[in-house]
Design a protein around this ligand. Structure first.
Ligand code: ATP
Ligand code: MG
Length: 394
Protein backbone atom coordinates (compact mmCIF):
# COMPACT_ATOMS: atom_id res chain seq x y z
CA UNK A 1 0.00 0.00 0.00
CA UNK A 2 1.08 3.53 -0.71
CA UNK A 3 1.67 5.49 2.49
CA UNK A 4 3.43 8.68 3.45
CA UNK A 5 4.21 10.67 6.60
CA UNK A 6 3.00 14.27 6.57
CA UNK A 7 4.90 16.51 8.98
CA UNK A 8 3.69 19.90 10.19
CA UNK A 9 6.38 22.18 11.53
CA UNK A 10 5.77 24.52 14.40
CA UNK A 11 7.52 27.58 15.72
CA UNK A 12 9.44 27.50 12.48
CA UNK A 13 6.60 29.35 10.85
CA UNK A 14 7.21 32.27 13.19
CA UNK A 15 10.63 32.83 11.81
CA UNK A 16 9.52 34.69 8.72
CA UNK A 17 12.39 35.09 6.33
CA UNK A 18 14.40 32.32 7.94
CA UNK A 19 11.68 29.86 7.29
CA UNK A 20 13.40 28.19 4.35
CA UNK A 21 16.62 27.72 6.26
CA UNK A 22 14.77 26.29 9.27
CA UNK A 23 12.81 23.93 7.09
CA UNK A 24 15.99 22.72 5.38
CA UNK A 25 17.53 21.90 8.76
CA UNK A 26 14.38 20.09 9.83
CA UNK A 27 14.37 18.04 6.63
CA UNK A 28 18.02 17.13 7.19
CA UNK A 29 17.27 16.10 10.79
CA UNK A 30 14.36 13.93 9.67
CA UNK A 31 16.66 12.28 7.14
CA UNK A 32 19.27 11.64 9.84
CA UNK A 33 16.78 10.11 12.23
CA UNK A 34 15.53 7.72 9.53
CA UNK A 35 19.05 6.51 8.81
CA UNK A 36 19.18 2.76 8.26
CA UNK A 37 15.46 2.27 7.65
CA UNK A 38 15.63 2.45 3.85
CA UNK A 39 15.33 5.17 1.24
CA UNK A 40 12.94 8.09 1.69
CA UNK A 41 12.19 11.14 -0.40
CA UNK A 42 11.80 14.21 1.80
CA UNK A 43 10.25 17.30 0.23
CA UNK A 44 8.26 20.28 1.39
CA UNK A 45 5.36 22.30 0.06
CA UNK A 46 2.54 24.34 1.58
CA UNK A 47 3.94 24.25 5.16
CA UNK A 48 4.05 20.46 5.11
CA UNK A 49 7.06 18.18 4.88
CA UNK A 50 6.39 14.98 2.95
CA UNK A 51 8.31 11.94 4.06
CA UNK A 52 7.80 9.36 1.37
CA UNK A 53 9.19 5.84 1.69
CA UNK A 54 10.65 4.68 -1.61
CA UNK A 55 10.17 0.97 -1.07
CA UNK A 56 7.37 -1.24 0.22
CA UNK A 57 9.37 -3.02 2.92
CA UNK A 58 10.17 0.06 5.00
CA UNK A 59 9.05 -0.14 8.65
CA UNK A 60 6.79 2.91 8.92
CA UNK A 61 5.94 2.26 12.58
CA UNK A 62 9.61 2.65 13.38
CA UNK A 63 9.87 5.70 11.10
CA UNK A 64 6.95 7.37 12.94
CA UNK A 65 8.47 6.49 16.31
CA UNK A 66 11.75 8.14 15.35
CA UNK A 67 10.04 11.18 13.82
CA UNK A 68 8.09 11.66 17.07
CA UNK A 69 11.39 12.66 18.71
CA UNK A 70 12.55 15.21 16.11
CA UNK A 71 12.37 18.77 17.43
CA UNK A 72 10.60 21.39 15.34
CA UNK A 73 7.59 19.18 14.62
CA UNK A 74 4.20 20.07 16.11
CA UNK A 75 2.20 17.21 14.64
CA UNK A 76 2.58 14.52 12.05
CA UNK A 77 0.25 12.05 10.39
CA UNK A 78 0.74 8.70 8.78
CA UNK A 79 -1.45 8.93 5.71
CA UNK A 80 -2.65 6.68 2.92
CA UNK A 81 -2.12 8.02 -0.58
CA UNK A 82 -4.48 7.62 -3.51
CA UNK A 83 -5.10 9.39 -6.81
CA UNK A 84 -7.03 12.63 -6.85
CA UNK A 85 -10.16 10.99 -8.05
CA UNK A 86 -13.39 11.13 -6.08
CA UNK A 87 -14.40 7.51 -6.78
CA UNK A 88 -10.96 6.31 -5.74
CA UNK A 89 -11.02 8.40 -2.54
CA UNK A 90 -14.43 6.95 -1.62
CA UNK A 91 -13.16 3.41 -2.16
CA UNK A 92 -9.80 3.84 -0.58
CA UNK A 93 -10.49 5.92 2.57
CA UNK A 94 -12.90 3.56 4.40
CA UNK A 95 -10.68 0.59 3.62
CA UNK A 96 -7.47 2.34 4.71
CA UNK A 97 -9.00 3.61 7.97
CA UNK A 98 -10.94 0.40 8.70
CA UNK A 99 -9.23 -0.45 12.00
CA UNK A 100 -9.59 3.02 13.41
CA UNK A 101 -13.22 3.35 12.34
CA UNK A 102 -14.14 0.02 13.88
CA UNK A 103 -12.67 1.27 17.14
CA UNK A 104 -14.77 4.42 17.62
CA UNK A 105 -18.44 5.36 17.76
CA UNK A 106 -18.43 8.92 16.42
CA UNK A 107 -16.50 10.68 13.67
CA UNK A 108 -16.49 13.59 11.33
CA UNK A 109 -14.81 14.23 7.98
CA UNK A 110 -12.62 17.21 7.29
CA UNK A 111 -11.40 18.07 3.80
CA UNK A 112 -8.50 20.32 2.88
CA UNK A 113 -8.31 21.18 -0.75
CA UNK A 114 -5.07 22.96 -1.52
CA UNK A 115 -5.39 21.87 -5.16
CA UNK A 116 -8.13 24.26 -6.21
CA UNK A 117 -8.46 22.50 -9.55
CA UNK A 118 -9.96 19.47 -7.90
CA UNK A 119 -13.58 19.49 -9.13
CA UNK A 120 -15.20 18.86 -5.73
CA UNK A 121 -15.27 21.54 -3.04
CA UNK A 122 -14.42 20.65 0.56
CA UNK A 123 -18.04 20.39 1.84
CA UNK A 124 -18.88 18.03 -1.04
CA UNK A 125 -15.89 15.82 -0.25
CA UNK A 126 -16.98 15.70 3.41
CA UNK A 127 -20.55 14.88 2.53
CA UNK A 128 -19.73 12.14 0.05
CA UNK A 129 -17.06 10.48 2.15
CA UNK A 130 -19.13 10.84 5.35
CA UNK A 131 -22.02 9.06 3.60
CA UNK A 132 -19.80 6.29 2.34
CA UNK A 133 -18.30 5.69 5.79
CA UNK A 134 -21.74 5.59 7.45
CA UNK A 135 -22.83 3.05 4.86
CA UNK A 136 -19.85 0.77 5.49
CA UNK A 137 -19.69 1.20 9.27
CA UNK A 138 -23.30 1.27 10.45
CA UNK A 139 -22.30 1.49 14.14
CA UNK A 140 -20.91 4.99 13.56
CA UNK A 141 -22.64 8.35 13.91
CA UNK A 142 -21.42 11.75 12.83
CA UNK A 143 -20.55 14.22 15.57
CA UNK A 144 -19.20 17.45 14.16
CA UNK A 145 -18.51 19.08 17.54
CA UNK A 146 -16.83 16.39 19.57
CA UNK A 147 -15.99 13.40 17.38
CA UNK A 148 -13.87 10.51 18.67
CA UNK A 149 -11.93 10.69 15.45
CA UNK A 150 -11.64 13.09 12.56
CA UNK A 151 -11.13 11.61 9.12
CA UNK A 152 -9.07 14.04 7.09
CA UNK A 153 -8.75 14.15 3.32
CA UNK A 154 -6.05 16.44 2.01
CA UNK A 155 -6.20 17.00 -1.72
CA UNK A 156 -2.76 18.29 -2.58
CA UNK A 157 -0.53 18.71 -5.64
CA UNK A 158 0.52 15.10 -6.08
CA UNK A 159 -2.37 13.12 -4.69
CA UNK A 160 -5.04 12.73 -2.05
CA UNK A 161 -3.85 11.96 1.46
CA UNK A 162 -6.12 10.21 3.93
CA UNK A 163 -5.53 10.06 7.66
CA UNK A 164 -7.15 10.37 11.09
CA UNK A 165 -6.02 12.38 14.08
CA UNK A 166 -2.50 13.78 13.86
CA UNK A 167 0.13 12.54 16.30
CA UNK A 168 1.75 15.06 18.62
CA UNK A 169 5.37 15.82 17.69
CA UNK A 170 8.28 16.66 20.01
CA UNK A 171 7.75 20.44 19.71
CA UNK A 172 10.69 22.80 20.11
CA UNK A 173 12.80 24.03 17.22
CA UNK A 174 15.07 22.05 14.90
CA UNK A 175 18.43 21.01 16.34
CA UNK A 176 21.14 23.00 14.62
CA UNK A 177 19.20 26.24 14.26
CA UNK A 178 20.05 27.47 17.78
CA UNK A 179 23.85 27.23 17.66
CA UNK A 180 26.25 24.80 19.33
CA UNK A 181 26.84 24.20 23.03
CA UNK A 182 28.73 21.72 25.19
CA UNK A 183 26.85 19.71 27.80
CA UNK A 184 28.77 18.65 30.91
CA UNK A 185 27.38 15.18 31.29
CA UNK A 186 27.63 12.98 34.35
CA UNK A 187 25.90 9.66 34.84
CA UNK A 188 23.22 11.27 37.02
CA UNK A 189 19.60 12.10 36.46
CA UNK A 190 19.95 15.81 35.80
CA UNK A 191 22.47 16.38 33.06
CA UNK A 192 20.79 14.14 30.42
CA UNK A 193 17.57 16.06 31.04
CA UNK A 194 19.44 19.36 30.68
CA UNK A 195 20.90 18.12 27.39
CA UNK A 196 17.45 17.18 26.12
CA UNK A 197 15.99 20.56 27.09
CA UNK A 198 18.62 22.59 25.29
CA UNK A 199 18.47 20.37 22.19
CA UNK A 200 14.75 21.11 22.20
CA UNK A 201 15.58 24.80 21.79
CA UNK A 202 17.59 24.06 18.66
CA UNK A 203 21.04 23.61 20.22
CA UNK A 204 23.42 21.13 18.64
CA UNK A 205 25.29 19.32 21.39
CA UNK A 206 28.84 18.31 22.08
CA UNK A 207 29.25 16.24 25.26
CA UNK A 208 32.01 16.47 27.87
CA UNK A 209 32.46 13.85 30.58
CA UNK A 210 35.06 13.89 33.36
CA UNK A 211 36.39 10.50 34.41
CA UNK A 212 38.77 9.71 37.24
CA UNK A 213 40.02 6.14 36.86
CA UNK A 214 40.58 4.08 38.92
CA UNK A 215 38.18 5.91 41.27
CA UNK A 216 35.63 5.79 38.49
CA UNK A 217 35.28 2.69 36.32
CA UNK A 218 34.95 2.02 32.61
CA UNK A 219 31.42 0.89 33.38
CA UNK A 220 30.60 4.35 34.68
CA UNK A 221 31.79 5.85 31.41
CA UNK A 222 29.84 3.26 29.41
CA UNK A 223 26.75 4.27 31.33
CA UNK A 224 27.25 7.88 30.23
CA UNK A 225 27.57 6.69 26.64
CA UNK A 226 24.30 4.75 26.97
CA UNK A 227 22.61 7.85 28.38
CA UNK A 228 23.88 9.99 25.53
CA UNK A 229 22.62 7.45 22.99
CA UNK A 230 19.16 7.93 24.47
CA UNK A 231 19.50 11.71 24.39
CA UNK A 232 20.73 11.50 20.79
CA UNK A 233 17.40 10.04 19.71
CA UNK A 234 16.21 13.62 20.24
CA UNK A 235 19.34 15.67 19.70
CA UNK A 236 20.85 13.71 16.83
CA UNK A 237 24.40 12.30 16.78
CA UNK A 238 27.09 14.06 18.78
CA UNK A 239 30.73 13.84 19.77
CA UNK A 240 31.66 13.03 23.36
CA UNK A 241 34.97 13.98 24.95
CA UNK A 242 36.10 12.11 28.02
CA UNK A 243 38.51 14.16 30.13
CA UNK A 244 41.07 12.31 32.27
CA UNK A 245 40.52 14.03 35.59
CA UNK A 246 42.30 11.81 38.12
CA UNK A 247 45.46 13.82 38.56
CA UNK A 248 43.57 17.07 39.00
CA UNK A 249 41.24 15.56 41.57
CA UNK A 250 44.10 14.01 43.51
CA UNK A 251 45.86 17.35 43.54
CA UNK A 252 42.73 19.10 44.79
CA UNK A 253 42.62 16.56 47.60
CA UNK A 254 46.28 17.07 48.47
CA UNK A 255 46.54 20.82 48.16
CA UNK A 256 43.16 22.45 48.77
CA UNK A 257 41.05 22.87 51.91
CA UNK A 258 38.55 20.05 52.18
CA UNK A 259 35.44 22.23 52.42
CA UNK A 260 36.34 23.74 49.01
CA UNK A 261 37.05 20.46 47.15
CA UNK A 262 33.80 20.42 45.25
CA UNK A 263 33.69 24.06 44.29
CA UNK A 264 37.28 24.01 43.02
CA UNK A 265 36.62 20.82 41.13
CA UNK A 266 33.58 22.41 39.49
CA UNK A 267 35.55 25.51 38.54
CA UNK A 268 38.24 23.38 36.91
CA UNK A 269 35.56 21.44 35.05
CA UNK A 270 34.27 24.72 33.66
CA UNK A 271 37.75 25.89 32.64
CA UNK A 272 38.52 22.66 30.81
CA UNK A 273 35.05 22.50 29.27
CA UNK A 274 35.33 26.01 27.94
CA UNK A 275 38.51 25.08 26.08
CA UNK A 276 36.91 21.98 24.56
CA UNK A 277 33.81 24.00 23.71
CA UNK A 278 35.82 26.66 21.87
CA UNK A 279 37.70 23.99 19.90
CA UNK A 280 34.35 22.58 18.85
CA UNK A 281 32.75 25.82 17.75
CA UNK A 282 30.44 25.89 20.78
CA UNK A 283 29.22 29.22 22.16
CA UNK A 284 27.91 28.07 25.54
CA UNK A 285 28.20 25.44 28.26
CA UNK A 286 25.24 23.50 29.66
CA UNK A 287 24.99 21.90 33.10
CA UNK A 288 22.29 20.03 34.98
CA UNK A 289 22.50 22.26 38.04
CA UNK A 290 19.37 23.17 39.96
CA UNK A 291 19.32 25.88 42.58
CA UNK A 292 19.69 24.56 46.12
CA UNK A 293 19.85 20.88 45.15
CA UNK A 294 23.27 20.26 46.72
CA UNK A 295 25.97 22.34 48.42
CA UNK A 296 27.68 23.15 45.11
CA UNK A 297 24.41 24.51 43.72
CA UNK A 298 23.67 27.33 46.15
CA UNK A 299 23.51 30.84 44.74
CA UNK A 300 26.99 31.56 46.17
CA UNK A 301 28.53 28.35 44.87
CA UNK A 302 27.07 28.85 41.40
CA UNK A 303 28.49 32.38 41.39
CA UNK A 304 31.96 30.98 42.12
CA UNK A 305 31.54 28.31 39.43
CA UNK A 306 30.40 30.84 36.85
CA UNK A 307 33.43 33.04 37.35
CA UNK A 308 35.72 30.24 36.16
CA UNK A 309 34.70 30.60 32.51
CA UNK A 310 33.85 33.48 30.19
CA UNK A 311 31.19 31.53 28.38
CA UNK A 312 27.47 31.74 28.79
CA UNK A 313 26.37 28.81 30.96
CA UNK A 314 22.90 27.43 30.34
CA UNK A 315 21.30 25.75 33.36
CA UNK A 316 17.87 24.76 32.07
CA UNK A 317 16.97 22.95 35.32
CA UNK A 318 17.80 25.86 37.61
CA UNK A 319 14.23 26.44 38.81
CA UNK A 320 12.96 22.88 38.72
CA UNK A 321 12.14 20.49 41.55
CA UNK A 322 13.78 17.07 41.51
CA UNK A 323 10.44 15.39 40.79
CA UNK A 324 9.86 17.60 37.75
CA UNK A 325 13.31 16.63 36.47
CA UNK A 326 12.61 12.95 37.14
CA UNK A 327 9.33 13.19 35.21
CA UNK A 328 11.22 14.38 32.14
CA UNK A 329 13.89 11.70 32.59
CA UNK A 330 11.13 9.07 32.49
CA UNK A 331 9.70 10.66 29.38
CA UNK A 332 13.02 10.56 27.55
CA UNK A 333 13.78 7.09 28.95
CA UNK A 334 17.00 8.00 30.75
CA UNK A 335 15.81 7.49 34.34
CA UNK A 336 16.44 3.75 34.68
CA UNK A 337 19.95 4.12 33.29
CA UNK A 338 20.70 7.18 35.43
CA UNK A 339 19.95 5.36 38.66
CA UNK A 340 22.34 2.48 37.94
CA UNK A 341 24.76 2.70 40.82
CA UNK A 342 28.12 3.61 39.28
CA UNK A 343 30.40 6.16 40.86
CA UNK A 344 30.86 9.62 39.34
CA UNK A 345 34.00 11.69 39.77
CA UNK A 346 31.88 14.16 41.76
CA UNK A 347 31.35 11.52 44.40
CA UNK A 348 35.01 10.68 44.98
CA UNK A 349 36.68 12.81 47.63
CA UNK A 350 33.42 14.52 48.62
CA UNK A 351 33.99 16.75 51.62
CA UNK A 352 32.04 16.06 54.80
CA UNK A 353 31.15 19.70 55.23
CA UNK A 354 31.22 21.51 51.89
CA UNK A 355 31.02 25.29 51.99
CA UNK A 356 27.57 26.41 50.95
CA UNK A 357 28.62 30.08 51.00
CA UNK A 358 32.06 30.00 49.40
CA UNK A 359 33.77 33.37 48.97
CA UNK A 360 35.28 33.80 45.54
CA UNK A 361 38.48 35.44 46.76
CA UNK A 362 39.38 32.51 49.02
CA UNK A 363 38.31 29.92 46.49
CA UNK A 364 40.63 31.47 43.91
CA UNK A 365 43.51 31.63 46.38
CA UNK A 366 43.04 27.97 47.23
CA UNK A 367 42.87 27.12 43.57
CA UNK A 368 46.12 28.93 42.83
CA UNK A 369 47.85 26.87 45.49
CA UNK A 370 47.00 23.78 43.46
CA UNK A 371 48.88 25.18 40.41
CA UNK A 372 46.61 23.39 37.95
CA UNK A 373 47.76 25.07 34.69
CA UNK A 374 49.96 22.27 33.36
CA UNK A 375 47.55 19.58 34.52
CA UNK A 376 44.76 21.22 32.54
CA UNK A 377 46.94 21.25 29.41
CA UNK A 378 47.86 17.62 30.01
CA UNK A 379 44.21 16.62 30.38
CA UNK A 380 43.31 18.49 27.19
CA UNK A 381 46.03 16.61 25.30
CA UNK A 382 44.62 13.28 26.40
CA UNK A 383 40.93 13.58 25.61
CA UNK A 384 39.19 10.45 24.48
CA UNK A 385 36.74 10.90 21.62
CA UNK A 386 33.57 8.81 21.27
CA UNK A 387 31.03 9.25 18.49
CA UNK A 388 27.48 8.93 19.75
CA UNK A 389 24.68 7.57 17.55
CA UNK A 390 21.16 6.66 18.61
CA UNK A 391 21.71 2.92 18.04
CA UNK A 392 20.71 0.83 21.05
CA UNK A 393 23.44 -1.77 20.96
CA UNK A 394 26.52 -0.70 22.75
P1 ATP B 1 23.60 15.04 37.67
O1 ATP B 1 22.37 14.30 38.07
O2 ATP B 1 23.51 15.62 36.28
O3 ATP B 1 24.85 14.25 37.93
P2 ATP B 1 23.79 16.31 40.21
O4 ATP B 1 22.56 16.83 40.77
O5 ATP B 1 24.30 15.00 40.66
O6 ATP B 1 23.67 16.31 38.62
P3 ATP B 1 26.43 17.43 40.57
O7 ATP B 1 27.00 16.08 40.70
O8 ATP B 1 26.79 18.49 41.54
O9 ATP B 1 24.84 17.44 40.49
O10 ATP B 1 26.78 17.99 39.15
C1 ATP B 1 26.24 19.16 38.68
C2 ATP B 1 26.46 19.24 37.18
O11 ATP B 1 27.85 19.18 36.89
C3 ATP B 1 25.87 18.08 36.43
O12 ATP B 1 24.52 18.25 36.14
C4 ATP B 1 26.71 18.05 35.19
O13 ATP B 1 26.29 19.04 34.26
C5 ATP B 1 28.08 18.43 35.74
N1 ATP B 1 28.85 17.23 36.09
C6 ATP B 1 28.89 16.56 37.25
N2 ATP B 1 29.72 15.49 37.17
C7 ATP B 1 30.22 15.49 35.93
C8 ATP B 1 31.13 14.65 35.21
N3 ATP B 1 31.69 13.58 35.75
N4 ATP B 1 31.42 14.98 33.94
C9 ATP B 1 30.86 16.05 33.36
N5 ATP B 1 30.00 16.87 33.97
C10 ATP B 1 29.69 16.60 35.25
MG1 MG C 1 26.05 14.03 39.74
Amino acid sequence: MNEIILVKDGEISLKGLNRRAFEDVLKKNIKTTLYGLGKFEITSAQSTIYVKPLSEDIDLDEACDRISRVFGIVTFSRAGVCRKDMAEILDFAPEYLKEKLEDVKTFKVEAKRSDKKFPYKSPEICRELGGKILEQFPHLTVDVHNPQTTVTVEVRDFGAYIHTDPIKGAGGIPVGTGGNAAILISGGIDSPVAAYMMAKRGIKLTAIHFASPPYTSQRAEDKVIRLLKKVSKYSGPMTMYTVPFTKIQETIKDKCPEELFTIIMRRLMMKISQRIALDNDCSALITGESLGQVASQTIHALGCTDEASDMVVFRPLIGMDKQEIIDISYKIDTFETSIEPYEDCCTVFTPKHPRTRPILKYVKQAEEAGDFGDMIEEALKNLKVTHIFPKEDY
